[in-house]
Design a protein around this ligand. Sequence first.
Ligand code: AMP
Length: 113
Amino acid sequence: MDNCLFCNIIAGKIPSACVYQDDKTYAFRDITPAAPTHVLVVPKAHVGGMSAVDELDDATLAACLRTVKKVAELEGLTNGFRTISNCGDDARQSVPHLHFHVLGGKRLSEKMD
Ligand code: AMP
């Protein structure tokens, strides 16, 4: 998708700090980190968000979660981490390409909202 920010990051047209990638997924540092570790995990295939995951094949969907775990390992998050995927307006999703925030490196807030 030419006009998708994360598709352009995956394609290398917009710079990013890559943490990990494989054939199906890309993980890079959030530009506005909310925790010492704040990494975004995205499928390389474009899908708008969680409400559209039926458009993704199961292997890619599973790969996203495996990449979340891989990122936690690479970042040394042995004491825990949080994974969030905002979907739609009420959740304040700002980039319409499925992504999983991986947050850690400190004791995170109890609040989820
Ligand atoms: P969300 O609000 O859940 O859609 O999350 C989108 C995230 O993308 C936000 O946390 C932004 O800080 C992050 N973001 C926006 N532009 C960039 C960029 N160019 N590189 C890395 N992260 C970005």
